[in-house]
Each structure stands twice: as C-alpha cells, then as structure tokens.
Design a protein around this ligand. Structure first.
Ligand code: URA
Length: 428
C-alpha cells in the first residue's frame, strides 16, 4: 500500500509549530496502529505535541482517529440510561468502588471499564482483585448482561477499545510525554466515547498526587475533555477535586476495598463519602434521573445490596475475609500538635514501593500491601501515637517506603485552614 504522507513531514510540521490537518491526523494515528509509523517517530511527534500544543479542532480529530482505531460498544438496548465516571488518577482514590453500585441503585447503569495502576496512582482493578475469586475480564456480552441484571460493572477495558491509545500510552509513559493536555484529553475521551456511555462525569484531580499540579492546568484539561464529550453527544461535566493529600485513610489494594465497604455500610471517612455523593449526584443528573437522591440509596442499604451482587456476578465472595499483610510497620508522631500537612504523592509512592503498585507492565501486585493513615490534616496528634501504618508481604520494602515518607508530613501548632470541600470547582 502506498502511504499518502510521510511521518517525518508530519513530525516536522508540528515541531515547527504548525497545525496538523484532518487528513494528516487520520493517517498518522492509523499508520501508527498498523505499525507503519515507527514507535520512535510517534514518540517524536508526541514530544512535538507536548511542546507546541494542539488547537481544539486538532484534539477533536485526534480523538476521533483514536476511536476509529478500534471497536465501539453499544448500550442503547439497555432498559436504563448509562453514566460513567473517570478520574485522572490520585492517591487513595477508591471512589469508583462505592460510586458504581450507588449510582446503579439510583436506576442508572454504570459501565465502568477501568485500568490497572502504573506508578504511584493505584488501579481500580488491582484493588478489586484483592477480593477472593473476583475477575476483571468479561466479554462484551457479559458486560451488557450484567448491566441489565445488576446495573453496575467494573471490569477491564477490552483490547478492542481504542487500540491506538494503548500503543501510544505505553510510548508516552517511557518518553516523558504523559503530561501533555491534548494527549491526556484525547487518551481519556477516546476510550470513554468508544465505550458508549450516555453520560460522563470527570473527576480531574489537582495537587501533588495528581498529573495536574495547579488549578489552571486542571481547568484547561477539564474544559478540553468536556468539549470533546459534548461534541460527541455524551452529556459530560467535570469536577476539579483536591489531591494534595490522600483521599480517605487508606492507599493500597485490600485496605481501600475495606474502606469502600465501610462507606457502603454508612460509615467511612468524610472526604470519601462527600466526593462519592457529589459525583453520584452529577452522574444521576447527567443521566436524566436528577429526581433521585443518592444519599437515600446509601443510607438505606440499596447501594450495599448492588455492591454484593456486582462482586458475586464477577466470581467474587463479598463475605470472604480480605488478605492481611505478613508484616506491618508503624511510624509514630514525633511530637504533639496538629497534623498540618500530609503529602499525597509521598503516600502514593510509599504504597507503591510496599508492593501495592507495579514498576512495569505485567508485574504482580500484592493484595495486602498499602498504607493506613491514623491521622489526616487538621487532626490533633500526640507524640508517640501511630501516624502511618505500612503493610507489605515483603519487609525488605519498608526502607524504600520510609524514604518516600521522609518530609511528607508536618506537625504544627495551628490547624491549617480546612478546605470547605474536596470539590474545588465544576466545569460544564
Ligand atoms: N489516563 C489515561 O487514560 N490517559 C492519560 O493520558 C492519562 C491518564
């Protein structure tokens, strides 16, 4: 087959600050998926995009080309509307676990096709796999059947969905080109649009534990993604939420499942409950069921019922004890006072080094590895009291995890000004 363009010409155009036309974008994404554009050429183009950006029309075309690289799912035959949530990734971000069954309990089907963690941000599937028997891999037919029957599915995205993104993401991860807004926005939205959800709520994280460290960057990313979703006919809104400190009191795998079950049972940390409810309200409203209050479905146990059915439908035993670590190590408070800072990135890296995450694709994670926080910013602590508890099956990992936590927290005299809410802004 004769190729209509030359990869070097496309790279040079973006390198020199020009916009790429539709035909060149369609070709380069398709030719990369076919293996005609080499990985080193696509890496160079990704770096040129990171440095010189793309306008909205280029990003929309790039997203469409990534969608066209694979299959599209279709949930139009379901008896209820669909809504999904996507988080840009954070530390202790277990929100999908209570959120999916909660929204399903409100009459909205939730097709949550999720990923595994890479680096310091945890992966939803890794967390759920700590439940004995639970399986992440479902066929498209099983996904549709479970959505009709139970109302919620959390499973691995099939390999047929946006394969161009899978190839490109793997390259970006090793070429310092993850943090480009056009590439993040098109990566996330191509998967969500191809998935076929009717409504989408984006949780764009801001702070040390997130890709976006500052509010203005996060807002730009949110606006770009909301525009892409809306133009594709998906009812899309974004919440910008705080990720300067971990969400809840746990980061890791089984520990985050346990905390999510506490939320479904009517307890759990305030920030996790508040964010779960805020996202649930957005999802049911975007799906046209704004008359239903998710707080009721949480309080009366309906969300817990859906959780149990969702776990059982995927082979898991919701009553089985969760794995416990072989070894624990407790860091204590060095003095009396108020915990004024607890850094999200440091806690995420510690959990990762304890074995909760992987350093390369395909590595096994430890179900019982993670971190339990005995105090959150704003809380009073006493010298010698447990502050951070480290869990692992391989105690030789403690030293590197402790290194990550060096300088991660401060104890002072005055309580920091508590943010009103973990939700910082809304973009629609
Ligand atoms: N998550 C994705 O799916 N893609 C990105 O580029 C970043 C986060």
């Amino acid at each position: 087959m004769t190729e209509p363009f030359d990869a070097v010409e496309v790279i040079a155009a973006k390198r020199d600050g020009h916009r790429l036309d539709d035909a060149r974008i369609d070709w380069v994404v398709d030719a990369f998926t076919r293996g005609v554009v080499a990985p080193e050429q696509m890496s160079a183009l990704a770096m040129a995009i990171l440095l010189n950006g793309m306008d909205r029309a280029e990003i929309a075309r790039w997203t469409a080309a990534m969608i066209a690289s694979g299959e599209r799912m279709d949930f139009s035959g379901l008896s209820r509307p669909t809504a999904d949530k996507h988080s840009t990734g954070g530390v202790g971000d277990k929100i999908t676990l209570p959120l999916a069954p909660l929204v399903a309990a409100c009459g909205v089907a939730v097709p949550q096709l999720s990923g595994r963690g890479l680096g310091h941000t945890g992966g939803t599937l890794d967390k759920l796999e700590s439940i004995p028997g639970w399986r992440a891999d479902l066929t498209n037919e099983r996904v549709v059947a479970q959505l009709e029957d139970v109302g919620a599915v959390i499973c691995a995205a099939g390999s047929g969905l946006a394969p161009a993104d899978k190839k490109l993401y793997a390259l970006r991860d090793v070429t310092g080109t993850v943090e480009a807004i056009p590439l993040i926005a098109s990566s996330i939205m191509s998967k969500k649009i191809a998935e076929g959800t009717g409504a989408l709520v984006l949780d764009v994280k801001v702070g040390s534990g997130a890709f976006m460290k500052h509010l203005d960057q996060a807002r730009e990313l949110a606006e770009t993604m909301v525009a892409l979703g809306t133009d594709a006919g998906v009812s899309t809104v974004a919440l910008l939420t705080d990720m300067s400190t971990p969400l809840g009191r746990t980061a890791g795998n089984a520990v985050e499942v346990a905390e999510s079950v506490e939320v479904l049972a009517g307890g759990g940390p305030r920030d996790v409950v508040d964010l779960t409810l805020a996202l649930a309200r957005e999802m049911v409203t975007a799906a046209g069921r704004g008359d239903v209050d998710p707080a009721d479905a949480l309080a009366d146990g309906r969300a817990m019922d859906v959780w149990r059915r969702m776990i059982a439908a995927q082979g898991g035993d919701p009553d089985a004890p969760l794995p416990t670590p072989r070894e624990t190590h407790v860091l204590t408070a060095p003095g009396d006072g108020v915990l004024t800072r607890l850094d999200a990135l440091a806690v995420g890296v510690a959990a990762w080094r304890l074995g909760a995450g992987r350093s390369g694709p395909g590595e096994q994670v430890q179900a019982a590895a993670g971190v339990v926080l005995h105090a959150k910013p704003g809380e009073q602590v006493r010298a010698g009291q447990p502050l951070i508890e480290l869990h692992t099956d391989t105690p030789e990992r403690f030293a590197r995890a402790m290194e990550a936590l060096d300088g991660a927290f401060e104890i002072g005299g005055d309580a920091p000004e508590a943010p009103e809410s973990v939700v910082l802004a809304r973009v629609d």
